[in-house]
Design a protein around this ligand. Sequence first.
Ligand code: HEC
Length: 267
Amino acid sequence: MILTKPLLLISTLFALTSTIQATPTGEELVKANCASCHSLGVPTPEQIQSFKAPAMEAVLFHVKPAHNNDDAKTKEFIVDYVQNPKIKKSVCESNKVAKFGVMPSLKGKVSPEDLSTIADYLIKTYPTPKFVSLITEMQTNGKMNSLKNSPFLMNQDKLPHLTKILMENWEKASLNLTDEQKTKLLVVRKETLTAVKKIKKALKPLETEVIELTVDEDTTLKDIKPKVDEIARLKAEASMIQLKCLKDSVAILTEEQLELLLPFWDA
Ligand code: HEC
């Protein structure tokens, strides 16, 4: 009689620990199954260079809006993607897949029940506000830098950078670019980049020269004017190339494809 109580206690404890072991938390499961490739903290820009997969913060940052921030759809996507990853299903930017390769399937390595726990944990945890503000800042800096080096006359947000958006969505199943469209679009892109690059190369020394001449006491504004006119001419030329690129790309794409690429753009 005296002996049974501690025994009971021990067996209850034993049962308790084994249930704990049998149901690890989402965090533990993610650490055990995903962390070898996906970094789980907020990455620094330097770290990003050495990654073999996008940080989990970045994954959820892309996957959530791609499913209209609907948790059920996001979960369904994650559970499926981990088991059957395919380039066509990927919602992350295509350049990520090009950089890292398609994720290897974990089918059979992680049970569907664990995956369900994992997906819930990821959706609850990522992206953190810290990561969102880091990304927003990086995007703003990127925008400022490209504005500073812009050879174009117009830099309105309304003017869509269609070739860039296209490249980011190149392999997306929902966009469904045909091989013929791809070939044509690549020609447009190549011609545009080559022509704009040439103009940028000519602009840089001209602008430096104008600055130097302006602070030089022996030079009058009249001497400088032709150089400023040449800068204006080159920028106008670059702008026409930019607009032609947009026009040519729009002509290659269907109405539905355009709607997908420029959802916030009302012509
Ligand atoms: C062996 C390395 C590796 C492991 C382990 C791994 N992943 Fe990935 N994962 C990748 C790579 C590489 C990509 C980027 C390419 C891609 O999207 O397929 C990726 C992309 C993803 C994406 C984004 C899919 C998209 O739209 O492109 C999700 C979601 C994802 N992983 C979830 C997970 C989860 C959850 C786990 C753990 C259960 C996990 N991964 C484990 C390598 C890995």
